[in-house]
Design a protein around this ligand. Structure first.
Ligand code: CP
Length: 314
């Protein structure tokens, strides 16, 4: 979590240390075991979910988390129905909603939107997806899903496949996994959307071993974790480049046989054609577990944010 004056914000996965992650995972396990113990954590709190891009999982799991913690939720589910459509700036919207709520969960198409919102906010900002740059809460639920399934976060071979240029979930997850010793990465991407230079810089800064290979078949045989992502069609300036990239890295019932039996298959969802639905019944497929974990991870983040605030005020 990052701090702007006395307000805690959740802007970037890179703000979470290994110690923060241990504490968060302990709290998630407590919430999973006894959710009723947390049912008044947000009593008398109002949380705004403000989404200027489409979402199913992030918005609905945040709203469910708020309800299960005893809070109330006000929601803009579509930027086109807010004064965003009349040309209102992000800063003015954040200042305004800051008078109605105790925190804002924000999804916005611009890479620096969460930082800009935090600069003017009088209440905590939780980034729920910022352009092609940040998706910290997704990365946290991804990491939790990995440790739950593999019992460790180090010495893993992680294969990340898909749109590594425009995909914010892969970029955020790399920022977390690069903190753990002995991890190695294999990246598979169409030539139009290879690994983002910022991700390479993160890996280099942490002295992480990685390679880039042209096809999924070159990557699967030793993988501990396979993290598939969709092509971010909405972020391609050139739609013909998108069409050329389609279908170049699909996981099918044929090539999935190359994946070790104890590997896990992840995807932040929504998926398009990159995972055949026949694989959903494979015990290695964890993408719906991953999405369900989002509820508990977001409950824990909200509980931590408001516990911190209560401690600061007492
Ligand atoms: N993974 C994810 O961010 O999904 P949504 O776009 O449905 O929120």
């Amino acid at each position: 979590m990052s701090e702007n004056t006395n307000i805690r914000h959740i802007i970037s996965a890179a703000d979470f240390s290994q110690s923060d992650l241990r504490d968060l995972f302990t709290l998630i396990n407590s919430i999973k075991e006894a959710p009723h113990h947390f049912s008044s954590t947000l009593s008398n709190r109002v949380i705004a979910t403000f989404f200027c891009e489409p979402s199913t999982r992030t918005r609905v799991s945040f709203e469910s988390a708020i309800a299960r913690l005893g809070g109330a939720c006000i929601s803009v589910a579509d930027g086109a129905t807010s004064s965003n459509a009349k040309g209102e700036t992000l800063e003015d919207m954040i200042r305004t909603v800051g008078g109605y709520a105790d925190a804002i969960v924000l999804r916005h198409p611009e890479d620096d939107s969460a930082e800009r919102a935090a600069c003017v906010a009088s209440i905590p900002i939780i980034c729920a997806g910022a352009g092609a740059r940040h998706h910290p809460t997704q990365a946290l639920l991804d990491l939790y899903t990995i440790v739950e399934a593999r019992d460790r976060l180090s010495d893993l071979l992680i294969v990340v496949a898909g749109d590594l240029m425009h995909g914010r979930t892969a970029r955020s997850l790399i920022e977390l996994l690069a903190q753990y010793e002995g991890n190695r990465f294999t990246f598979v991407a169409p030539p139009q959307c290879t690994l983002h230079p910022d991700s390479k810089a993160v890996l280099d800064a942490h002295k992480m071993a990685y390679r880039e290979v042209p096809t999924l078949e070159d990557a699967l045989v030793d993988a501990d974790v396979l993290y598939m992502t969709r092509l971010q069609k909405e972020r391609f300036a050139d739609k013909t480049a998108y069409e050329r990239a389609r279908g170049t890295y699909s996981l099918s019932s044929t090539n999935v046989d190359q994946l070790p039996q104890d590997a896990i298959i992840m995807h932040p969802l929504p998926r398009n054609e990159e995972i055949d639905s026949a694989i959903d019944a494979d015990p290695r497929a964890r993408y719906f577990t991953q999405a369900h974990n989002g509820l508990f991870v977001r409950m824990a983040l909200l509980a931590t944010l408001f516990e911190t605030e209560a401690n600061t005020m007492s």
